[in-house]
Design a protein around this ligand. Structure first.
Ligand code: G3P
Length: 222
């Protein structure tokens, strides 16, 4: 059985940049190796290239623009993250919402280069819409629980169940992640037992004084 994906979004937290991004990646690689779990990270763009080259864990961008390379300024194309060594990208994160047309453009561009698209959604209806694009993952995150310290697994297991059903009704090959307030092995286990293929999380790892301890706990019940 393939391990569920534990994907840690470093967001723009000060505790997730520069040396600290390297520390979190080191922790993720250590815990992945000792547990066999798949742990990925999504750092800011500045840290993307060095982390891809220093670590073997999957490294994702937090956003990507679906434009062709060329005469565009201030955009980050799929080629840019691909040459940096990224495994894929988040698309339409709750803190980086896109139009439907932009989501499609980004997903298609990632797919064209065989990179993994993780399309974020806020409920089962948008989860189903995202699934229609056939990304590698749809990640359901109720916005009101993001960064709240209240776990979606415990506060709203129903939305996870409904999203898994909605996504698989559209395309059974699309994997489902869930996120918001995920902080322990118990949260991860509930999410996986509800039919997801892993979790997308941030603050509990990024802000932890000891990310190794939190990551060990996160994978402890897999
Ligand atoms: O991208 C993950 C995120 O939105 C969840 O954040 O801090 O609630 O784990 P957090």
């Amino acid at each position: 059985m393939t391990s569920p994906l534990i994907l840690v979004n470093l967001k723009t937290y000060k505790e997730g940049m520069g040396n600290r991004a390297h520390q979190i990646a080191t922790a993720a690689q250590l815990v992945a190796r000792e547990s066999g779990a798949v742990i990925g990270i999504a750092p800011g763009y500045i840290d993307l290239h060095p982390l891809c080259h220093h670590f073997t864990i999957p490294v994702y961008a937090q956003h990507v623009d679906g434009y062709e390379p060329g005469a565009k300024t201030g955009h980050v194309t799929v080629d840019a993250i691909r040459f940096a060594g990224a495994a894929g990208s988040l698309v339409n994160h709750s803190e980086r919402r896109l139009t439907l047309a932009e989501i499609e453009l980004s997903v298609r561009a990632l797919q064209a280069h065989k990179l993994s698209a993780v399309v974020c959604s806020n409920n089962e209806i948008t989860s189903a819409g995202a699934a229609a694009l056939g990304p590698a993952y749809v990640a359901i995150e109720p916005p009101e629980l993001i960064g709240s310290g209240i776990s979606v697994s415990k506060a709203n297991p129903e939305i996870i169940k409904r999203s898994v059903t909605a996504v698989h009704a559209v395309n059974p090959k699309v994997k489902v992640l869930t996120g918001a307030g995920i902080q322990s092995g118990e949260c991860v286990k509930i999410a996986v037992d509800l039919g997801t293929d892993g979790v997308l999380l941030a603050s509990s790892v990024v802000k932890a004084p000891d990310p190794v301890a939190v990551l060990r706990d996160l994978v402890s019940k897999l």
